[in-house]
Design a protein around this ligand. Structure first.
Ligand SMILES: Nc1ncnc2c1ncn2[C@@H]1O[C@H](COP(=O)(O)OP(=O)(O)OP(=O)(O)O)[C@@H](O)[C@H]1O
Length: 257
């Protein structure tokens, strides 16, 4: 499902957050939003989710104006994505139950999805009884089980250690390549953006505008940073990060903004 932001601006009271955003996210495209803290990335995601609305301009999904949240457009947060009083199985099944699927069928499907994200054996665990990485695996299962046409990811792995994050990025990439939703990803991790996205939009300080679009669709997806060296250098430069670093050997966490 295509997303189309047309001359979108957003203010909260007297605070101008987004001055002008114009972009078309093609059906099945994966677009990452990176930029300084507080520039308005999450606000763009919330508008795509139908939780906030533009002050000016229009925003549509599949040609229809976005006027409310929809199960076709799923938002995944960094943390607290799961209900703590429900087991992993109940959490994942809930996404289907919300859509009217009978409980037994939803649980059977959720069991399969937990297996797909390597959480078999943990179905009856509560979120606090598993690791942060396992919670985010369950959150991904819950997002994908409902087969969303648009996936809105807000720092989905921001709370995880670097190694777990890389593993989860690979899991996410695999799930995306199978389900082919349109994806908008907000991340502070430049390497995550380069690894997952077809296109990276680099934003300025608030009021946010796009400084540059970096095309990545032609580059094979790998965790080997050398493959993205010139794009990585360009994005970091735009974000005002010291580019004296050797991008071929810089360690993974060095690219967090
Ligand atoms: N509902 C709201 N009411 C008032 N102000 C808001 C609201 N939502 C966001 N803001 C303000 O808009 C600005 C942009 O917030 P937003 O969360 O979109 O930034 P961000 O780029 O995602 O930041 P970060 O990278 O730190 O998560 C901030 O100054 C924030 O305080």
């Amino acid at each position: 499902m295509e997303l189309h932001f047309e001359h979108v601006a957003k203010t909260f009271g007297s605070l101008e957050v987004i001055s002008e955003f114009e972009n078309r996210i093609e059906d099945g495209e994966i677009v990452a939003l990176v930029g300084p803290s507080g520039c308005g990335k999450s606000t763009l995601l919330h508008m795509a989710a139908g939780l906030e609305f533009p002050s000016r301009g229009t925003l549509s999904a599949g040609g229809e104006p976005i006027t409310a949240p929809s199960p076709k457009r799923t938002l995944v947060f960094q943390e607290h994505a799961l209900y703590p009083w429900m087991t992993l199985l109940q959490n994942v099944a809930l996404a289907l139950e919300f859509q009217g699927t009978a409980r037994a069928e939803a649980h059977a499907e959720a069991t399969k999805w937990l297996e797909r994200v390597q959480l078999s054996g943990f179905e009856q665990y509560y979120p606090h009884q598993v690791s942060g990485g396992m919670r985010q695996r369950a959150a991904l299962a819950r997002a994908f089980i409902a087969r969303p046409q648009v996936l809105l990811l807000d720092e989905p792995f921001g709370a995880l250690d670097a190694l777990t994050r890389m593993t989860l990025q690979s899991v996410l990439k695999q799930l995306i390549s199978e389900a082919r939703p349109t994806v908008l990803l907000v991340t502070h991790d430049v390497d995550e953006a380069l690894y997952l996205a077809d296109r990276v939009l680099v934003f300025s300080q608030r009021p946010a505008k796009v400084l540059k679009e970096v095309q990545l669709g032609h580059i094979p997806k790998t965790h080997d940073l050398a493959v993205f060296a010139s794009e990585r250098r360009e994005v970091l430069q735009l974000l005002g990060i010291d580019t004296g670093i050797d991008t071929d050997t810089a360690n993974y966490e060095g690219a967090n903004i």
